[in-house]
Design a protein around this ligand. Structure first.
Ligand code: DGI
Ligand code: FE
Ligand code: FE
Length: 203
């Protein structure tokens, strides 16, 4: 597929992957990926998930972000990755799917939990695994992020009540996307409905 950097599976650990991402991604995106890597690692320690898997999913989660627009669509077509109409018209969504594919085929990740954490990191989905929730949340709260005014509150919540943090992040993401007027992926709405209901039923 013409990707420049390859990490052999037998060499794979998070420091090799950091070097590969540093070469592949623009500086800001690389720093964000490091932030997600170590925030996911911290959340994994807090919730008893596999820390090494969280680090690998975190550093790789935006590996397909180097590609955009028609280029990312073409790459998906070449790899046999099927895209929904929403993804074709809203290409910012596609890096999650292509990233999961690249983690497996370009960076030698064989672990299904890591691959699916990358796959669902943008929209989330109903009934996420612990690792999926950790990477989804780390993406929003890592130290370089400054998009939401209430990030200090969400950061604290992430370490106290992960499901509630997921629900709040989805709520704020939907609000933001509605303001943009872009087509919203049904997965984001479904994930929000699921986690807001989960929180309500717990109370
Ligand atoms: O890749 P990041 O910038 O770190 O964050 P991300 O993977 O959450 O991607 C967010 C981008 O995707 C942002 O530009 C908004 C865009 N987007 C478009 N439609 C949707 C969407 N994000 C979500 N979560 N849901 C959508 O329906
Ligand atoms: Fe992303
Ligand atoms: Fe990200």
């Amino acid at each position: 597929m013409g990707f420049t950097f390859r990490v052999q599976p037998e060499q794979m650990d998070n420091t090799d992957l950091e070097k590969a991402m540093e070469k592949l991604l623009p500086e800001r995106r690389y720093r964000h990926s490091l932030g997600v890597e170590y925030t996911a690692g911290a959340l994994a320690m807090r919730y008893g998930a596999a820390t090494e898997k969280a680090l690998i999913a975190g550093i790789l989660h935006d590996c397909a972000k180097a590609f955009r627009g028609n280029d990312i669509i073409r790459r998906c077509d070449e790899c046999g990755i099927s895209l929904t109409d929403t993804e074709r018209s809203n290409t910012a969504l596609i890096h999650a799917k292509l990233g999961a594919y690249m983690a497996e085929h370009n960076y030698g990740v064989q672990d299904e939990e890591i691959i699916s954490a990358i796959r669902w990191h943008t929209t989330g989905r109903p009934g996420m695994t612990l690792l999926e929730k950790i990477v989804f949340t780390a993406d929003y709260i890592e130290p370089h992020r400054d998009r939401a005014d209430n990030l200090p509150e969400i950061r604290e919540m992430a370490f106290n009540d992960l499901d509630r943090a997921v629900a709040v992040i989805l709520e704020q993401t939907l609000e933001f996307l509605k303001g943009c007027g872009n087509e919203i992926d049904p997965g984001t709405q479904e994930a929000y409905d699921y986690y807001s209901e989960l929180i309500k039923n717990r109370e």
